[in-house]
Design a protein around this ligand. Structure first.
Ligand SMILES: [Zn+2]
Ligand SMILES: [Zn+2]
Length: 90
């Protein structure tokens, strides 16, 4: 293994994701900031009620309009959206 060829490092993938998704990135930052300030509250997964949830945005232009989904149901929701939109997500 040569250390010249590490194109898919976590860092690079994140940097590329940020370049391609400025609106999503902004929504994530706005959501984290709103959570810290107590403007929105983390809730349980709306599907199974699990406590360990991620914020999901139906519309990234409205970062305060979040739905709370556990890792598994968040993934499932994105898979569903991906099918509906025929790609584009992540
Ligand atoms: Zn769940
Ligand atoms: Zn999501």
């Amino acid at each position: 293994m040569s250390d010249l060829a590490t194109p898919s490092s976590q860092f690079e993938r994140q940097a590329r994701w940020r370049e391609k998704n400025p609106l999503k990135r902004w929504a994530h930052i706005a959501t984290a900031s709103a959570l810290r300030r107590g403007l929105i509250e983390r809730g349980p997964c709306e599907v199974c009620g699990a406590d360990n949830t991620d914020a999901h945005h139906d519309d990234y232009a409205r970062p305060m309009a979040v739905r709370w989904l556990c890792r598994a149901h968040h993934k499932a929701e994105h898979a569903r959206l991906k099918c509906e939109q025929n790609g584009g997500e992540q």
